[in-house]
Ligand binder design. Sequence first.
Ligand SMILES: Cc1cc2nc3c(=O)[nH]c(=O)nc-3n(C[C@H](O)[C@H](O)[C@H](O)COP(=O)(O)O)c2cc1C
Length: 196
Amino acid sequence: MSVSEEEARNIIFSEARTHNDWLKKDIPNNILTDLFNLMRWGPTSANCSPTRIIFIKSSEAKERLIPFLIESNLEKTINSPVTAIIAFDTEFHKHLPRLFPHNLDAQNWFNYSEEVSEITAFRNGSIQGGYFIIAARMLGLDCGPMSGFDQVGVDKEFFFNSKIKSNFLCNIGYGESEKLFPRSPRFEFNEVCEIL
Ligand SMILES: Cc1cc2nc3c(=O)[nH]c(=O)nc-3n(C[C@H](O)[C@H](O)[C@H](O)COP(=O)(O)O)c2cc1C
């Protein structure tokens, strides 16, 4: 694959849209593996990599997820080929001796307080969620992220008996561009940024 700098900008940001309607086209499992293998290289604090993902692809798994969605997110989720549950493990620190081997003390930076480990997992899990969207777009997929769902219900259904918590859902697939609504505006640099 070779794309120009301008094409890459368009694919990831300038022309990429949030999709709500999907072509009836499957995503092969090897693309889901490629997606993870790409996004995992994005940085996290102490390389803690707290994101855990369940790719909901089968109709049986979709049926387990559907009851927890708000009404306006139902149809697009039923119709998407895959819905990823982007979650984070608040016990990520157990893996730091493997993931941050040059400092074996690193797990103690996070494991002394549930509040610290949860804030760290949420922060880095959300950043990894952004990497997920960028990686998916680089692989030619479209995304439809959603926070409109019953988080506690999803956690009971999919992460029972663990310290993993759902963050957001992301429909992925090949979007039906004709049904997109007009792009909403974004802030201008001077409205929200400062250079000091
Ligand atoms: C974390 C997150 C949660 C979102 N939750 C929902 C949602 O529950 N339902 C929905 O229809 N859109 C949801 N959206 C979509 C946003 O409204 C959309 O990405 C934004 O308006 C930008 O649209 P654009 O990418 O087409 O410019 C969510 C987006 C993000 C990033």
